[in-house]
Design a protein around this ligand. Structure first.
Ligand SMILES: Cc1cc2nc3c(=O)[nH]c(=O)nc-3n(C[C@H](O)[C@H](O)[C@H](O)COP(=O)(O)O)c2cc1C
Length: 485
C-alpha cells in the first residue's frame, strides 16, 4: 500500500457532539428536496462492496442483514454496493443484468424500508468493468500464454527457431533483458496481470462498448426500478469502464475519447438511455472523480466541466470521489489481481490514518467546492455529495454551512458504526464508535473476504443466532444499538 512519505499518524477528531436540540436544528439533519430527490436528512452512506453475494451474483441473507443493519441507523440515503450490469460470471459480486436477480434485490429493498421505518432512501450503484486477470507465474506466461511474434524472434536474434526454443530462451532471461524483448504491454501482462482498457480498439468488444453499454445500463436500471429502489447511481468513478471513458488518458479515436466532449459522450449517452428507461420521477445520478490523482489524469477543472455537463443533462445528484485507479496500482503477488486502491490514487480514495500534513480527513472537499461552485454559477442546483474521512458532526455540519456540499457521505465511519446518525441525532454522539481509518475493511475488500470492521467483528461472538464469516471467526454485523442487554 502506498503511504505518504511524511507518515504522520492521525487520530479521529470528532470535535463537539450536539445535544438533541442542537441536532434538530442542524443542517445535516434537515431534509433535502430537489427534483425527485427527497432525503429526510443530508446524510449518505456511499456504496461499499461487502463480498456477501453468491458466486453467481445473487443476494444472500447476509446481504439482506448487512443493508438492514445500515438502515437501522437511518441515514438519509444508503447506496447499495457496485452491482454488475452484465449477465456474465463475475464472482461473488451482486448482479442485476437479468430479471432473475430482481427478487433477491427486492428482499434488500424491503428489509431497508422496514429497518429504517421508511426513512432511508435506497439507491443502487450500477457498474460495468472490463476483464482483468491475475498476475501470472512467469514460467507459465512465457512458456504458454505469451503470443509469440516475429518481434520476439528478432529481438532474440532467433529467426526461424521453433516456438519451444524461443519460449525456453525467454524463460532464461533476466527481468531487465525481458524488458528489452517484450512490448510494454506484454511486460505489464507479465508483471501485473493482463487488463483490458477502453482504448483497446483492436478488440471488437471494446470497440463496441459505446453501442452496447447504454442498453445494458438501461436494462439494469429498469430491473432496479422493478425491485423497488428509489434511484440509480451510475458508477462513473475509480478504475472501471465509465470512469475510463471520462479519463484524460482515454485516447480513443472513434469520437468517444480525446477531447472533453468525446470523453463525456458515452457517460451522457448512458445517462440518457437510463433516464428514458426509468422516467423523470426516478432519481438518477452518478458517482465520479473530482480528481483522478494520477499522472496525466484529469484534475478538478475537467471534473467541474463534467459536473456541469451532468447537471445540465438532468442528473439528480453528483456524488464525488477521488482516485482509485489501476494506473498507479502496486504490483500484486503472483496469483492475485491488481487492486486499484494500492497506489497514490488509491490512497486519495480511501486515505489511511498514516498520512501527510494535510491528513486523511476531507481530502476531497476543496475539489468538491470547485465543482459545486461551477454548477451553481450556471444557476443549476444539482446536489453534490462529498465523502472522504468524515466522522465528526461539526466537520459534517461545516461542509454544508460553508457551501462545500449539499449532502455528506460517511463510508468507513458508517461501517465502523452504522448507528452514527441515530446516535448523533438523539444527542448521544459520545456513544459513537469512531472509525480509526486503519483500513482493515479495505484489506478485506482487497482479498475478496467478507468486509467487517475491527471495532466490532470479534465482540460477543457467543451471542445466540448471530451470523459469522465463512471461517466462523468474525461476526458479520455489529451489535444493535441501544444494546438489548
Ligand atoms: C470496503 C469498501 C468497499 C468499497 N466499495 C465501493 C463501491 O462499491 N463503490 C464505490 O463507489 N466506492 C466504494 N468504496 C469507497 C467508499 O464509498 C468511499 O468513497 C471511501 O471509503 C472514502 O470515504 P470514507 O472516508 O467516508 O470511507 C468502498 C470502500 C470500502 C472501504
Amino acid at each position: 500500500m502506498w503511504r505518504p512519505a511524511q507518515k504522520i499518524k492521525w487520530k479521529p477528531q470528532p470535535g463537539e457532539w450536539p445535544t438533541a436540540d442542537e441536532a434538530a436544528r442542524a443542517r445535516l439533519f434537515s431534509p433535502l428536496d430537489v427534483g425527485p430527490l427527497h432525503l429526510r436528512t443530508r446524510t449518505w452512506v456511499p456504496a461499499m462492496v461487502p463480498w456477501r453475494a453468491t458466486d453467481d451474483g445473487f443476494v444472500t441473507q447476509d446481504n439482506v442483514d448487512w443493508y438492514a443493519r445500515f438502515a437501522a441507523g437511518r441515514p438519509g440515503a444508503l447506496v447499495l454496493e457496485a452491482t454488475g450490469i452484465r449477465d456474465i460470471a463475475s464472482g461473488p459480486l451482486l448482479r442485476i443484468g437479468h430479471a432473475r436477480f430482481i427478487p433477491g434485490l427486492r428482499r434488500i429493498v424491503d428489509a431497508v424500508r422496514e429497518a429504517s421505518a421508511g426513512q432511508t432512501r435506497l439507491f443502487i450503484q450500477l457498474i460495468d468493468f472490463l476483464s482483468i486477470r491475475r498476475r501470472p507465474d512467469p514460467q507459465k506466461f512465457l512458456g504458454r500464454y505469451l503470443r509469440l511474434t516475429d518481434r520476439h524472434r528478432a529481438a532474440l536474434a532467433m529467426h526461424g527457431a521453433s516456438d519451444t526454443t524461443v519460449r525456453e530462451q525467454l524463460q532464461r532471461l533476466a527481468p531487465d533483458e525481458l524488458a528489452q524483448v517484450l512490448t510494454p504491454r506484454e511486460l505489464e501482462n507479465l508483471t501485473m496481470g493482463e487488463r483490458e482498457r477502453v482504448t483497446d480498439l483492436h478488440l471488437p468488444h471494446i470497440r463496441a462498448l459505446p453501442q452496447v453499454l447504454p442498453g445494458l445500463f438501461a436494462t439494469a436500471a429498469r430491473h432496479a426500478r422493478e425491485a423497488g429502489f428509489d434511484g440509480i447511481e451510475l458508477h462513473y468513478a475509480h478504475a472501471y469502464t465509465m470512469a475510463s471513458f471520462l479519463s484524460a488518458v482515454n485516447d480513443r479515436d472513434d469520437g468517444y475519447g480525446r477531447s472533453l466532449d468525446g470523453r463525456l459522450r458515452l457517460p451522457l449517452e448512458v445517462y440518457q438511455a437510463v433516464r428514458a428507461a426509468v422516467g423523470d420521477d426516478c432519481v438518477v445520478g452518478c458517482r465520479y472523480l473530482a480528481d483522478e490523482c494520477i499522472r496525466g489524469g484529469s484534475g478538478v477543472d475537467e471534473a467541474a466541466h463534467f459536473g456541469l455537463a451532468f447537471a445540465r443533462a438532468g442528473m439528480d445528484f453528483l456524488s464525488l470521489s477521488r482516485g482509485g485507479k489501476f494506473d498507479d496500482a502496486q504490483q500484486p503477488d503472483i496469483g492475485w489481481a491488481a487492486y486499484p486502491y494500492t497506489g497514490r490514487s488509491g490512497y486519495e480514495c480511501m486515505p489511511h490514518h498514516v498520512s501527510d500534513a494535510q491528513g486523511p480527513f476531507g481530502r476531497n472537499v476543496q475539489a468538491a467546492t470547485t465543482i459545486r461552485n461551477a454548477i451553481r454559477a450556471q444557476g443549476l442546483c444539482t446536489p453534490v455529495v462529498v465523502a472522504g474521512g468524515v466522522h465528526g458532526f461539526a466537520q459534517a455540519e461545516a461542509l454544508l454551512a460553508d457551501g462545500h456540499a449539499d449532502v455528506v457521505g460517511f463510508a468507513r465511519q458508517s461501517l465502523a458504526d452504522p448507528d452514527w446518525f441515530t446516535k448523533v441525532r438523539s444527542g448521544h454522539g459520545s456513544a459513537v464508535d469512531l472509525c480509526i481509518y486503519a483500513n482493515y475493511c479495505e484489506a478485506l475488500d482487497e482479498k475478496h473476504e467478507e468486509v467487517t470492521c475491527k471495532l466490532w467483528d470479534r465482540v460477543a461472538l457467543d451471542e445466540p443466532g448471530i451470523r459469522k464469516t465463512r471461517d466462523g471467526k468474525r461476526r458479520l454485523t455489529p451489535r444493535p444499538w441501544p444494546p438489548k442487554d
